[in-house]
Design a protein around this ligand. Structure first.
Ligand SMILES: *Cc1c(COP(=O)(O)O)cnc(C)c1O
Length: 377
């Protein structure tokens, strides 16, 4: 029986009030008043010039691939350790992934290996800020500029994290957020596209509205709307935006609780980790993290598996994370081979994520901590 789940979605208490208001409104579809409010909240809090809610982070990534006109013959640099959505986004358009290994300390794309994987076909880098801890943007942005390639930040883990004082999601021309129930802020399923390069403003609205200029029509800028581009239906219902508004308005409450949980794990597990040759997450000094997850790196695959089943025996659900993408059935079709990304291959086998969610009680966390501390590698 599961006593402590890996994740339990959190509601702030204001969600139903907003959803009730949304249900009383004459409009349930997308781009209503709650969507506009979420756009404003994200734009103002992050300082981005344009945010658009989407039905998921996956769809925001697909919009990015469309906006960058990625297609057959194009290559996109990706870390071998990320979520498949970032790759599907451009593979669906016919572009190919080029895998780069990650750093052993942060599990983020290794800047030192990007240059050598760039070819004349490279059009973009789709990176992820793993666990809401920033990639080395100070080095990566100049590499991208030098080669005229776009940077898309998959910031599903890192809303309100910073790098050198600046919010993640504000570095690349485009960035994406996820509001899936496993993320810090949620409406069940949802996402957003952040647009830092204003050349994408107008086209992003059309792609999101079935390739039509309906947004312009609603603003009264054109007197009829029609099919002007490719596109799909990437806008969420205003009912979901109502739910999300309550979450975004509780930024401080959500993030400070997650910070307490993260810091308690780090503090209470430090001596156990040292005694058992276990590594805890490292957060570089220029990074303010998002408190999205708490992972440990075990000494071996065997000890990782042993800790997962040991915790399961106490009803505590701990989980591993991404499998190396270059060795996945799809990755192999793009030429991935064992040994291409040794750090990813090694750490993916040894990483374990502990239960971590906003509504986790102190007693729940203490049970996890006490149980982990009794485990010997
Ligand atoms: C959760 C996640 C996604 C997918 O998010 P959805 O909103 O479920 O589409 C993409 N990338 C990363 C890094 C994620 O963690």
């Amino acid at each position: 029986m599961i006593r402590i789940p890996f994740n339990r979605p959190f509601a702030t208490g204001n969600e139903l009030d907003y959803v009730r208001t949304a249900v009383a409104a004459p409009k349930f579809s997308g781009d209503g008043p709650f969507t506009a409010e979420c756009h404003r909240l994200l734009e103002r809090s992050l300082g981005v010039q344009k945010a658009l809610l989407t039905t998921s982070c996956t769809h925001a990534l697909e919009m990015a691939a469309l906006l960058l006109n990625l297609g057959p013959g194009d290559e996109v640099i990706v870390p071998a350790f990320t979520f498949p959505s970032a790759l599907n986004a451009f593979v669906l358009r016919g572009a190919r992934p080029v895998f780069v290994d990650v750093r052993p300390d942060t599990l983020n794309i290794d800047k030192a290996q990007i240059d050598q994987r760039i070819s004349r076909h490279t059009k973009a880098i789709f990176l992820v800020h793993y666990a809401g801890i920033a990639c080395e943007m100070e080095a990566i942005m100049p590499i991208a500029r030098r080669h005229s390639i776009a940077v898309v930040e998959d910031n599903a883990h890192g809303l309100y994290a910073r790098y050198q004082g600046r919010y993640l999601g504000t570095f690349g021309g485009l960035a994406t957020l996820s509001f899936h129930e496993t993320k810090n802020f949620t409406c069940g399923e949802g996402g957003a596209l952040l647009i830092n390069d204003a050349q994408f403003n107008e086209r992003s609205e059309m792609l999101r509205e079935k390739g039509t200029d309906r947004s312009r029509f609603f603003r009264g800028e054109v007197d009829k709307y029609t099919w002007v581009d490719v596109g799909s239906s990437y806008l969420p219902s205003d009912l979901l935006a109502a739910f999300l508004r309550a979450q975004l308005e509780h930024r401080d409450q959500i993030q400070s609780r997650r910070r307490q949980i993260w810091e308690a794990y780090a503090r209470e597990l430090a001596s156990w980790a040292q005694a058992n040759d276990v590594r805890l997450p490292s957060v570089p000094p220029e990074c303010e993290q998002a408190y999205h997850m708490f992972y440990v790196i075990m000494p071996s695959f065997e000890t990782r598996q042993a800790l997962i089943s040991y915790l399961a025996g106490f009803g505590i659900l701990a989980v591993f994370h991404y499998l190396p993408l270059h060795l996945s059935p799809m990755g192999l079709r793009f030429g991935g081979r064992q040994g291409d990304c040794p750090v990813t291959e090694d750490l993916s086998d040894r990483l374990l994520r502990l239960p971590f969610f906003t509504g986790m009680s102190i007693s729940e966390q203490n049970q996890v901590i006490d149980t982990v501390r009794a485990f010997r590698c």
